[in-house]
Design a protein around this ligand. Structure first.
Ligand code: GRG
Length: 304
């Protein structure tokens, strides 16, 4: 393994994760308009929706993927922030009364409850454009053409052929019988597309060859689904207090989930299979992929 490609495996996963979460929090803080800047209420609501909560799984994936190619953490902050801003916007809009109509997110009142619906709508809009602004800023050491590829990647993952499209399929599926293939198609778009973008954005910051990108794409597809299967299991098994969001919501809203289609046991064995497939996809990378292996396990073992 080349010295510049070495991942600091001496640092344990918890310490690495806490470090990335901390630097992501600071980078998000810096990327958001300062508190008090006009229009102050909108900016306050944007900061409320983004800062001080969340596992930061997508930034962690972005940093972990970049670390395979020896990319310095400083060069990964911008894509990590961009993808987290898109995620935060999706949560704010998803919680609105016209969508999931939820009152609790990350252990506190949802944005439209704390502020108001119109403000929450604007928060989502503004976070989305802020994400692209952050990613369009010059990233030292990265060719502008590479940055344009990254902007296109994030746009496709977020839009009607990615996350927003998945949300449309989700809304249309309420009260419908879906089979596993249809459920998978929905989640590959709704949850998986942004998770895949997080991984590939990190890899784009390094010298990833097309075959490495393909392999990471396959890995990301597996963990995107894994993330959702585990989310469905947690929704069925965990309490609202632990999750920091309303538990049992899917069943209450008559939404198709892995748990209600497969049953709890079968959903758990599906999670086990996806976890193994994800590890297998990473195998050719060897030691430098250690953080992605650890994140795969974290996604399964998380309690919220
Ligand atoms: C409104 C365009 C639009 C899209 C919304 C992703 C999404 C689409 C909605 C979120 C609803 C949801 C509960 C999806 C299931 C998986 C998921 C994305 C959970 C939340 O992500 P975490 O667990 O959240 O990473 P934290 O709070 O840790 O960041």
């Amino acid at each position: 393994m080349a010295a510049d490609r070495q991942v600091d495996t001496l640092m344990n996963f918890q310490t690495w994760m806490a470090g990335i979460q901390q630097r992501t929090e600071s980078a998000l803080d810096a990327a958001l308009p300062a508190p008090g800047l006009a229009p102050a209420r909108l900016h306050e609501a944007m900061r409320y929706a983004v800062l001080g909560g969340g596992k930061r799984v997508r930034p962690l994936l972005c940093h972990a993927a970049g670390s395979i190619f020896g990319v310095e953490a400083g060069a990964l902050d911008a894509p990590a922030v961009a993808v987290e801003l898109i995620h935060a916007y999706s949560l704010v809009h998803d919680d609105l009364p016209c969508m999931d109509d939820d009152v609790l997110r990350r252990g506190k009142p949802t944005c439209h409850v704390e502020f108001d619906e119109a403000t929450a709508l604007l928060v989502g809009d503004a976070l989305q454009t802020q994400a692209f602004q952050v990613l369009a800023n010059r990233i030292p050491g990265l060719a502008p053409a590479r940055q344009i590829d990254m902007l296109q990647l994030l746009a496709t993952a977020s839009g009607s052929r990615g996350m927003a499209g998945g949300q449309a399929i989700d809304l249309a599926a309420v009260g419908q019988q879906l089979d596993i293939a249809e459920l998978e198609y929905m989640h590959i778009h709704k949850t998986g597309a942004l998770i895949r973008a997080a991984v590939l954005l990190g890899a784009h910051c390094g010298e990833a060859m097309p075959d490495a990108l393909d392999r990471l794409g396959r890995f990301a597809n597996r963990i995107g689904l894994l993330f959702q299967v585990v989310d469905d299991i947690l929704d069925a098994e965990a309490s609202t207090a632990t999750l920091g969001k309303t538990a049992g919501k899917d069943a209450a809203q008559n939404k198709p989930t892995y748990v209600n289609i497969l049953g709890l046991n079968e959903a758990k064995s599906m999670a086990g299979k996806l976890r193994q497939d994800a590890h297998d996809a990473l195998a050719p990378f060897g030691d430098p992929a250690v953080r992605l292996h650890e994140l795969t396990d974290f996604i399964v073992e998380r309690t919220f």
